[in-house]
Design a protein around this ligand. Structure first.
Ligand code: AOF
Ligand code: ZN
Length: 334
């Protein structure tokens, strides 16, 4: 691996610490190298806070070294005044000699203007190091800007014989298909995404609260679909533990594709990612409209005599993992 690639790879690695807290900002990572040694590192702070480059520069003890240093960053340094001042200005202020960038920022506010500013000030700029990896790392952010919708993750659990729920459910007894470790992993995933969605039937049948309880992290924004006004504020998804966006009757044009309308509403609410936790109808709607990016499917070792069939879909299997007796398959849509 070439030197530039090693440091961009390190930038991606530290950037992951921002997963779940930076959104709707991208989770950027940055390292500063002087004389072949890392002298500073930083990643994007929780939403509204410092950008990665600011944290990396702040972490450098001897600022004198910056003018002969190289700053590596997974995403183009910003050029605009948002919640924070432009990172490109700070880089210019410290006269950092070289900047190596993973990929261009597709946010129209930035989109090449950060790079242009740096070059105009005499900084030596390299763009496109591990570009594919950086774009993959920033997949939520790029899906939001380029497809005008959130990055969509489907999640469900099915029995060994392909059912996601029994036909008739005894309300007092929750029916678990997967084990406690798999369920804990789902809570980790909830903390990683900006929002979570379930359909009307899931709220009516399971009354989930959709919060993060078996993991540490922030609760995602809950998105609830209520096209026929069947839900009441007594349902747990409306409790005070997290924010809830209710999309109801008046928000829909019944002649237009449902999932697309939901995705567009979420885009207008600045939502970069969503995990859809059912039920079968809701999942199948997103699959049928081909509006999904990833499917995370657990298979437990229980069986039901009869039940609601798991959604039908085609995706490319990218990983298979055992979680005790459960199996987790992850697919991407391509
Ligand atoms: C960077 N470094 O670490 C991040 C960037 O409102 P603001 O000021 O926080 O700006 C948000 C925008 O800045 C965001 O949409 C994206 O274009 C860029 N994010 N840029 O230089 C960072 N997180
Ligand atoms: Zn910035």
């Amino acid at each position: 691996m070439k030197t530039h690639e090693i440091y961009i790879k390190r930038s991606i690695e530290i950037a992951k610490s921002g997963l779940g807290s930076t959104a709707p900002n991208p989770m950027v990572g940055s390292v500063i190298v002087y004389d072949n040694k890392i002298i500073g590192e930083g990643y994007t702070s929780a939403y509204g806070g410092n950008h990665a480059e600011v944290n990396a520069i702040n972490s450098v003890e001897n600022k004198e070294l910056l003018k002969d240093a190289t700053l590596y960053v997974t995403l183009e340094p910003c050029s605009h005044f948002g919640k924070t001042p432009p990172c490109s200005d700070l880089i210019i202020h410290h006269k950092i000699a070289n900047v190596v960038i993973g990929c261009v920022d597709d946010n129209p506010e930035v989109a090449g203007k950060g790079i242009a500013k740096l070059i105009a000030s005499g900084c030596h700029v390299t763009v496109g190091v591990l570009e594919t990896e950086c774009k993959e790392h920033h997949k939520r952010f790029f899906t939001f800007h380029n497809k005008k919708r959130p990055y969509i993750i489907l999640k469900w659990a099915e029995t060994a014989n392909g059912f996601i729920a029994p036909i008739k459910k005894d309300e007092k007894k929750p029916v678990w298909i997967t084990n406690a470790y798999s369920r804990q992993l789902v809570h980790k995933w909830r903390a990683e995404e900006q929002s979570i969605l379930v359909g009307t039937n899931t709220v009516l049948e399971d009354n989930p609260s959709l919060t993060v309880r078996d993991w540490t992290g922030k609760n995602p924004i809950r998105v609830v679909i209520d096209r026929e006004l069947k839900l009441s504020k007594e349902h747990s998804v409306f409790n005070a533990e997290a924010e809830t966006i209710e999309i109801s009757k008046n928000d829909f044009d019944f002649n237009k594709p449902l999932a697309k309308q939901i995705a567009t509403i979420l885009h207008s609410r600045n939502i970069n990612s969503i995990i859809i936790e059912g039920g079968e109808k809701t999942l199948q709607t997103f699959i049928d409209e081909n509006l999904w990016d990833e499917a995370r499917v657990f298979t437990g070792n229980t069986t039901f005599k009869n039940g609601i069939k798991a959604p039908e879909f085609y995706g490319k299997l990218i990983s298979e993992e055992k979680i005790i007796e459960d199996t987790l398959h992850i697919y991407v849509n391509n």
